[in-house]
Design a protein around this ligand. Structure first.
Ligand code: SF4
Ligand code: SF4
Length: 180
């Protein structure tokens, strides 16, 4: 079975927000919802020697997902390949998962009443394609793949580079790896 992950190469991200916009357009998100914001750290230094770093955020598709545990209706589920998603029809909008998620990756959709989040574009993944944000990133700062496949690019990148995962002390085992 596959274990899908995203590797974010922060050395390549230029903070253009193309990924944010691509996700928003393709998922037809309401104005106040963004699944994958890009956070700027900086600028640092003194003019004209300035630099910034960018951190693309997204649902971490945690292996130990507190959002799934918190959901009282079974609307939040994790597939065998690691993708965490919400079954809209089962969601009663109680916001338990929103409060349980330490990454702020869940959003209450005021138009539908359900909670929504990134699902790694699982419909595309099931057809052999990569998520929209990955396909859009012209910097190739977002790399999607199967970590259980030793021939995959994500496997090689994690093997050969230094990386961090966000909030490792919570033991959520995020499926998003940041190359630093
Ligand atoms: Fe960074 Fe790529 Fe997103 Fe642009 S599209 S902000 S380069 S991750
Ligand atoms: Fe759930 Fe939040 Fe982890 Fe995503 S980042 S799987 S919404 S706990």
């Amino acid at each position: 079975m596959a274990r899908y992950v995203i590797v974010m190469d922060t050395r390549r991200c230029i903070g253009c927000h193309s990924c944010t916009v691509a996700c928003k357009v393709h998922n037809e998100l309401p104005t106040d919802m963004v699944y994958n914001p890009v956070v700027q750290d900086g600028p640092h230094g003194t003019f004209p020697n300035l630099h910034s770093r960018f951190l693309p955020l997204i649902c971490m598709h945690c292996d130990n997902s507190p959002c799934v545990d918190a959901c009282p209706t079974g609307a939040s589920v994790q597939r065998a390949d690691g993708i965490v998603h919400v079954e809209d029809k089962k969601c009663v909008g109680c916001l338990s998962c929103v409060m349980a998620c330490p990454y702020g990756a869940r959003y209450h959709n005021h138009e539908t009443g359900a909670v929504n989040k990134c699902n790694f574009c699982m419909d595309r993944v099931d057809q052999g394609m990569v998520p929209h944000c990955v396909a859009t990133c012209h910097q190739k700062a977002r790399i999607f793949g199967d970590l259980d496949d030793e021939t995959s690019e994500v496997y090689r990148l994690i093997k050969e580079n230094q990386y961090i995962q966000l909030l490792p002390e919570l033991n959520t085992e995020p499926a998003v790896y940041y190359l630093i």
